[in-house]
Design a protein around this ligand. Structure first.
Ligand code: ADP
Ligand code: MG
Length: 326
């Protein structure tokens, strides 16, 4: 059963001269991991602040966990864990002390706070570092500590603003996996924002593409991709030992071919209107060239995003996901 847990309705925010968020309509269901994605200045943080009741909308409404965030911010705060993009801890206190402190502020009794903080620090991979001062933590460790900090009060929803900012690529993967696992284990709805599209796509059930305060599209990544690319093309990448003109000519004369791109000495990128992998493989092998690998390229979020920008950001998705217009 789908249960709406975050509902934005015609939500707008005007700063003096900037329309930061413009008529946003979006519903996120319980248990989803939703990615709010867009470049810097798109309005992601402003949207998040309105969800938390930390800034007031100019127009429209925002409901989280059944409460109006603007009118009932304290009730929302009880249900929602928020990790801002610049989280600060008490540097002179240990990781464990910081989390226990947050627990006590949330009126969790000390004994339970202590048990829960230790358990959470273990879950986020900070068991060994829990007695180190938070000031000595790396950026990645601070983000993990931040996750423990938002989870300590057993929230129904966690909102993470640019959680991967400033973390090295490996750390990013680990952190994202952790967010995904924790959200499933604790049955938590996650909204995370990011301007690194490709980083987060793997863990998001749905994404919203956000530019200049407007939601360009939202849905499951595969659905957005098939909407945009279905009648367009299939892209096949072939890694070969060498690329010769006769080979290229032969590939170009294949049926259904759109074009062939040569990248470096060994990579062919073939666009076609249907799946021609087997005839492509045959031609390559017949030509005496070694075939090291052949794969159909999935269209990822970056491609989707660029496709929207090519259309001047005006491209409409006619048929959103199966849940209807959100
Ligand atoms: P994002 O988080 O996607 O990078 P923001 O929500 O921070 O975007 O900002 C959206 C727009 O609103 C930007 O143009 C930004 O300069 C502007 N903005 C954000 N906060 C304020 C503020 N407190 N006062 C005036 N303008 C703001
Ligand atoms: Mg931001």
């Amino acid at each position: 059963m789908k249960e709406p847990i975050i509902e934005l309705s015609n939500l707008s925010k005007q700063y003096d001269h900037v329309c930061a968020v413009n008529g946003l309509n979006l519903t996120i269901d319980r248990g989803e991991v939703f990615g709010l994605l867009g470049p810097n200045g798109a309005g992601k943080s402003t949207t998040i602040l309105m969800m938390l009741g930390l800034t007031e909308p100019t127009e429209g409404t925002v409901n989280v966990c059944g409460y109006n965030s603007t009118r009932e911010p304290l009730l929302v705060k009880q249900k929602v864990g928020y990790l801002p993009d610049n989280i600060g801890f008490y540097d002179e206190r240990t990781g464990l002390e910081n989390i226990i402190y947050t627990a006590l502020l949330n009126k969790i009794p000390r004994k339970i706070a202590n048990e829960r903080a230790n358990l959470l620090l273990k879950q986020v991979g900070l068991e060994e570092a829990k007695d180190k001062k938070a000031g000595k933590y790396s950026r990645g460790m601070k983000q993990r500590l931040g996750l423990a900090d938002v989870l300590i009060k057993n929230p129904e929803v966690i909102i993470l603003d640019e959680p991967t900012l400033g973390i090295d690529p490996e750390g990013v993967q680990e952190l994202l996996q952790l967010i995904q696992v924790l959200s499933k284990e604790h049955n938590i709805t996650v909204l995370l924002s990011s301007h690194h599209l490709h980083q987060v796509q793997q863990i998001c059930d749905r994404v919203g593409l956000f530019v200049n305060g407007t939601l360009l599209a939202h849905g499951r990544i595969e659905e957005l991709a098939s909407e945009l690319f279905s009648n367009a093309m299939i892209t096949i990448e072939a890694k070969v030992s060498a690329i010769s003109d006769p080979l290229l000519n032969e590939i170009q004369s294949l049926e259904h071919i759109i074009d062939v791109e040569v990248i470096g000495q060994q990579l062919l990128v073939v666009n076609s209107t249907s799946d021609i992998t087997s005839s492509l493989a045959e031609i390559i092998i017949h030509s005496g060239t070694k075939l090291y690998g052949l794969s159909i390229k999935e269209h990822g979020l970056d491609d989707i995003y660029h496709q929207y920008f090519k259309g001047g950001g005006k491209h409409e998705i006619s048929n959103t996901d199966s849940r209807g217009i959100r």
